[in-house]
Design a protein around this ligand. Structure first.
Ligand code: NDP
Length: 450
């Protein structure tokens, strides 16, 4: 019997089974609202029960990381790899090391990753992994020991054509290096099993910059569609990590004024705008400094506000680039009151469902991370193909490819958004992104049978 599925039926099914997994249910809900009408109108999708299958991860791997730290003490962490959907290609998605990591967070990230990867047009399925290990304040040696113990278990589940993890929060070039070294020693193989590697051993130019740069290329495409440019726009950025700093750098290069950066302890405000050299300094220092933003303040760039977020600062564009659920309904209202007319996500799911509604109901441009932050995974896809050919492309070639991928993601989202627009002709990028990605994945699932 064909599955006459609808939103409530599927959501209730997931809600009953995974009641405690709040972030996962939030991510699924955000997508279901947009795709269920497409599903209901397509007999082949219904026959294959596509939506229910797409919401559930194909495989979840749990493991314990027991390791001996540099002082000889045994430590125990929990770790997971969620291989969500592999119809479009090998599972692909980052690893996060953070005390807030749990199965719900990784399931939401893996689910989102499938949609993001589909939007790039590259052959990549979706996955995500990580551990509740907190690397903050740990010695370099402890981080290496943890990465090695983590990879001793993960290595049996990944491979260059199976599952290719990358970095995410607290997993940067250093951690990827340690993880890769352990994989290579255990498997006696030099293969592209991780992306975000060092340039000396199979890494790609522009990978580090790609998420932040890609976010700005997407922002430019949105500006272009609205007959404006980034030149002279005031931009509020949250976060002070890889994504935030590279987005700030590219925005400044495009003539915008970046007035904030933030972290989990507060935000730095610079009314005249950070300079390119401030950001270049922060990019160099952020992996070693305990608080790169208070260091910037000491250098005379900006004023630090402890325990505050940047959402009440006057701006034209807001780029949340720190973490999930960092921007709530009251923050969304404050942004609107202060003249913000575009919100593009650099982080994954930084805006709560209520905040998204505030933006969409008010008619301002809102772009979900699965579209606007896809530059990172797109460059990871290009790193994979360079590894498969044992080649390394020039930085400017890759930067051009990144720009063209971000433009094409924008075009895909815009086309679907226009097709599904209501009487008010509001361009709903979230709906556009969800539907464009869903069609690609659903068609591949139907073609591959049950
Ligand atoms: P980093 O670890 O480099 O930086 C994270 C930043 O966010 C830090 O400044 C951190 O501050 C801040 N932060 C973390 N938690 C909070 C919080 N609760 N409130 C305020 N600030 C917080 O990570 P990335 O820049 O790589 O990733 C940022 C986001 O972008 C994540 O959502 C990630 O999933 C997403 N993303 C990353 C990609 C990549 O290529 N790196 C690709 C696509 C998406 P502190 O140092 O104080 O903890």
């Amino acid at each position: 019997m064909p599955n006459e599925s609808n939103f409530d039926e599927i959501y209730d099914f997931l809600n009953t089974k995974f009641e405690s997994e709040k972030e996962y249910l939030q991510a699924v809900r955000e997508v279901l609202e947009d795709i269920v009408p497409i599903y209901n109108a397509n007999e082949a999708y219904k026959q294959a029960d596509i939506v229910r299958r797409l919401c559930l991860p194909e495989r979840v791997i749990y493991f314990t990381v027991s390791w001996v730290n540099s002082e000889g003490t045994v430590e125990v962490n929990q770790a997971w790899r969620v291989q969500h959907n592999g119809v479009m290609g090998p599972y692909k998605g980052g690893l996060r090391f953070h005390p807030t990591v749990n199965l719900s967070v990784l399931k939401f990230l893996a689910f989102e990753q499938c949609f993001k990867n589909a939007l790039t047009g590259l052959p990549m399925g979706g996955g995500k992994g990580g551990s509740d290990f907190n690397p903050k304040g740990r010695s370099d040696r402890d981080i290496m020991l943890f990465c090695q113990a983590f990879m001793r278990e993960l290595q049996r589940h990944i491979g260059a054509n199976t599952d290719i993890p990358a970095g995410d929060i607290n997993v940067g070039a250093r951690e990827i290096g340690y993880l890769y070294g352990e994989y290579r020693r255990l498997n006696n193989k030099f293969e592209g099993v991780l992306t975000g590697k060092g340039l000396e051993f199979g890494g790609s130019y522009i990978r580090t910059e790609a998420t932040g740069f890609g976010l700005i290329y997407f922002t430019e495409a949105v500006c272009d569609a609205n007959d404006t440019t980034l030149e002279g726009k005031r931009v509020v950025v949250s976060g002070a990590g890889n994504v935030a700093l590279h987005a700030a750098k590219k925005a400044i290069q495009k003539g915008a004024t970046v007035v904030t950066l933030s972290n989990s302890r507060g935000f730095l405000f610079c009314d005249k705008g950070f300079s390119e050299s401030d950001i270049a300094w922060a990019i160099d220092a952020h992996t070693t400094s305990s608080n790169v933003l208070t260091d910037l303040e000491s250098k005379g760039s900006g004023v630090w506000f402890s325990d505050k977020t940047p959402w009440h600062v006057k701006c034209d564009i807001a780029l949340p680039c720190a973490t999930q659920n960092e921007l709530h309904e009251k923050d969304a209202k404050a942004l609107l009151e202060n003249g913000c007319s575009m919100v593009l996500e650099g982080a994954n799911m930084p805006c709560s469902n209520n905040a998204q509604e505030v933006f969409i109901d008010s008619g301002i441009t809102y772009v979900p991370g699965k579209a606007s932050n896809a530059g990172g995974v797109a460059l990871s896809g290009l790193e994979m193909s360079q590894n498969a050919q044992f080649s390394q492309h020039e930085a400017d070639v890759l930067d051009n490819e990144l720009q063209s991928i971000m433009k094409s993601i924008h075009a895909r989202c815009l086309e679907e958004a226009k097709r599904s627009a209501g009487k008010d002709n509001y361009i709903n990028y979230m709906k556009g992104a969800n539907i464009a990605a869903f069609r690609r994945i659903a068609d591949a699932m139907v073609a591959q049978g049950v």
